[in-house]
Design a protein. Sequence first.
Length: 354
Amino acid sequence: MKNLLFLVLISVCWAEPHPGNSSLEHERIVHIQENGPRLLVVAEQAKIFSHRGGNVTLPCKFYHEHTSTAGSGTHKIRVKWTKLTYDYLKEVDVFVAMGHHRKSYGSYQGRVSLRESSENDASLVITNIMLEDYGRYKCEVIEGLEDDTAVVTLNLEGVVFPYSPWLGRYNLNFHEAQRACAEQDSVMASFDQLYDAWRSGLDWCNAGWLSDGSVQYPITKPREPCGGRNTVPGVRNYGFWDKDKSRYDVFCFTSNFNGRFYYLIHPTKLTYDEAVQACLKDGSQIAKVGQIFAAWKLLGYDRCDAGWLADGSVRYPISRPRKRCSPSEAAVRFVGFPDKKHKLYGVYCFRAYN
């Protein structure tokens, strides 16, 4: 009798809904397989390095833990790439793929696709990289009720530089700082970019906005006006401030460019307006601050002649320190914001390649 009762219970547990019974029409039996395949998503490299204008592949592959196959075959694979914000609380959609359907978003439209070198390859290809593409990306693979993720960081070769407008230091709120960087062929630097620049020797005593809304500055040589003589070197953090009311400088980031940066050989020194026209006459435009920093840092550009730039400042890049030309350090030397109508200087031009 006990054996008969056991067989009856088993048959009830594994019974499927009767097709003719409308009351059971929406019921489902879930079969749990404790040791079944578990979806795993893996990034072969955690960091990928590239540069503006280049192409890059962010690696991502998916497997099942207890099988050698890419998918179970019972569900369509859905691949979703998003970009993470600095606080991980928000994500920006980049690309979604499921079966033959593909969709890219925002500034990534027309620039992203899946590599698909194998059936388990979900790697993302990004072409014509922009400065804004820098950051952390999440690869998410979904199959039925299973999903897993991996994170890849895209780093860009470039240079961080401090910037303040002709009005002087501490005159930019966060939104104005964003625009100021964009006008100088750059974007607001992230904390990671500023930290890397500090490790490479950047020392600047004025606090500036970063892309996460914080205000910080890098010190390699502690001194009294910059946090105190007895403090340790580091990136000083003022914390997060009101983006509309608080005013500071800004740290910008730029990468290489698709063009030619050069000092215009001209028979005479020029006012600012004459400098703008001289570059136009030469088939170029007056260069921006980001372009002189990129030429100096990434190309080793060296010139001891002070020249006008598009923002009305006068600067010159020194890669080989020498007497009368930044004898103590390699740097982009800042002369100031001279009177545009009366002061005479040379000019730096930039000609974009088609």
